[in-house]
Ligand binder design. Structure first.
Ligand SMILES: Cc1cc2nc3c(=O)[nH]c(=O)nc-3n(C[C@H](O)[C@H](O)[C@H](O)COP(=O)(O)OP(=O)(O)OC[C@H]3O[C@@H](n4cnc5c(N)ncnc54)[C@H](O)[C@@H]3O)c2cc1C
Length: 456
């Protein structure tokens, strides 16, 4: 074991933060998880009504599974798809309440800043051997020190704004409380707010699609409800995904169902609409593209902004971190996940090496490590922290080893620029001349039509 690393501070008690802590315990390190919310899985609890697209078998980290087995845990059926709420109640909460991990978790502890003890960002000499100082609020401001830090604080609480240029649309800041960001439970807790209303959803990722499908279902139950899809681009088909080719079947089905709804006219599509302004018109909201007063606009009762997420980097200002200037992921990881180049759900397995920053002993892992890219899977995060913790513990061989079993996906597709980068879907095919990439080759070898890239 690396003599310098004994204690590990982990920011965030989501699935990846808890996995990091479990791996740290197995390797004899002392972890402390600081979670901002009142319970572990606080971010996932905000979308507890949503059914996940990966089954249990991909949602449980191996080290966490081992801890739970020791307690006689009644493990869920690996083929079933939990909701977010079930993931928290059946997996994350038992980890805190029934295993030794509970002694290493502080809830209601929001990390605000991280630095090196006695070293601001500019000071270099001796920096490497100084421990980290982690400031957090737990009622009052507190501080702890640790030899290493993993930031697994996710990005759920820093959603992208409605503006097509990445800024808040003009007027959006003043209306924040009137808008909804994320995934409202429109058929459950928030039914009263959304039923029989004209509701627009901005965005074209999985969250936007999930919201629109829920709204169409609500429309079946309460027919005056209108579901309006506002998208920046002019090609709705890009949002349909890999359909039957998607190896995460539930995600493929969601895309196919959405396609059916769009094509049958059950939701209204406003395409090629770069949102620039949002204002109030009586009790309603006016969403505009191009101007506050005239030009294209949509008037709705409710507006849901589902334009993705971005990492909150505010707590990392005193650390030396290096991020890709577009994706905001570590530079070695960014080209593998940049949606401008590559929209595969499959990402080459990666760990400590790709996640390293100029600040030794500091890593960003989990959802936050993907920066603004939307394709993160928990199982990828579990592999990341397995490798990072192995590295911190001095087991460099294990850190370099790949143990990731990632479900392949047919939603991979390349733009022309991406094709030139030639990193698609596991790289070029080895044997079959008619396959466009390694994933396509594997799919064809197993009797399927292909992985779906070439169809796009
Ligand atoms: C609707 C939806 C459905 C999804 N479905 C799937 C799926 O089916 N399969 C899949 O693999 N992935 C899915 N994902 C992606 C999923 O969110 C991630 O895989 C997973 O939640 C990421 O885990 P994480 O631990 O990195 O981050 P999070 O789950 O976001 O956890 C981060 C934790 O950090 C805490 N935190 C934040 N800031 C601070 C701070 N300053 N100090 C202390 N604590 C802080 C938060 O409260 C939170 O508990 C889905 C995402 C969404 C939004």
């Amino acid at each position: 074991m690396d003599a310098q690393v004994r204690s590990l501070a982990i920011v965030g008690g989501g699935p990846v933060g808890l996995a990091a802590a479990a791996h740290a315990l197995e390797r004899g390190l002392t972890p402390i998880v600081l979670e901002a919310g009142p319970q572990v899985g606080h971010a996932i609890s905000q979308w507890s009504h949503v059914r996940m697209f990966s089954p249990w078998e991909y949602n449980i980290d191996k080290a966490c599974g081992r801890l739970l087995q020791e307690t006689g845990w009644n493990s869920p059926d690996s083929t079933q798809y939990p909701t977010g709420g079930e993931l928290v109640e059946r997996y994350l909460v038992p980890l805190r309440e029934r295993t030794v991990l509970g002694q290493h978790i502080k809830t209601c502890a929001r990390v605000t800043d991280i630095s090196r003890v006695g070293f601001d960002k500019m000071k270099t000499k001796g920096r490497q051997s100084a421990p980290f100082e982690i400031r957090y609020r737990n009622g009052v401001e507190k501080s702890l020190v640790a030899d290493a830090v993993i930031d697994a604080s996710g990005s759920w609480f820093s959603p992208n704004p409605a503006g097509a240029d990445g800024l808040n649309a003009v007027g959006e800041c003043d209306l924040k409380d009137r808008l909804f960001y994320g995934m409202p439970d429109v058929r459950g807790k928030l039914r009263g707010r959304f039923a029989r209303k004209a509701v627009a959803v901005i965005g074209s990722g999985h969250s936007a699609i999930g919201n629109l499908i829920d709204l169409v279902t609500l429309r079946d139950e309460a027919p005056e409800t209108r579901a309006i899809w506002i998208l920046r681009g002019d090609n709705p088909e890009k949002a349909f995904g890999g359909g039957a080719n998607d190896r995460l079947a539930a995600r493929g089905q969601l895309g196919s169902l959405f396609e059916t709804y769009v094509k049958s006219g059950r939701l209204e599509v406003v395409a090629g609409f770069p949102t620039t302004h949002i204002s109030r018109v009586g009790d309603q909201l006016r969403v505009g593209a191009g101007s506050a007063c005239c030009g294209r606009h949509v008037v709705v009762d409710e507006l849901v902004v589902s334009t993705g997420f971005r990492p909150d980097l505010s707590m990392l200002g005193e650390l030396r971190i290096s991020l890709d200037d577009a994706v905001e992921a570590p530079p070695a990881l960014a080209p593998l996940i940049d949606p401008n180049l590559h929209s595969c759900g499959t990402v080459r397995p990666h760990g400590a090496r790709e996640l390293a920053h100029p600040e030794p002993g500091f890593y960003i892992a989990g959802m936050k490590s993907y920066g603004r890219a939307p394709t993160f899977l928990m199982v990828t995060g579990y592999e990341q922290v397995r490798s990072v913790v192995a590295h911190l513990a001095g087991d460099y061989q294990a850190a370099e080893r790949t143990e990731l079993m990632l479900p392949e996906t047919g939603v991979c597709k390349l733009t022309a620029a991406g094709a030139e980068a030639a990193e698609c879907c596991g790289g070029p095919p080895k044997l079959h001349a008619d396959a466009c990439c390694a994933a396509d080759e594997a799919a064809k070898a197993s009797g399927e039509n292909g992985c779906g890239c070439s169809a796009r």
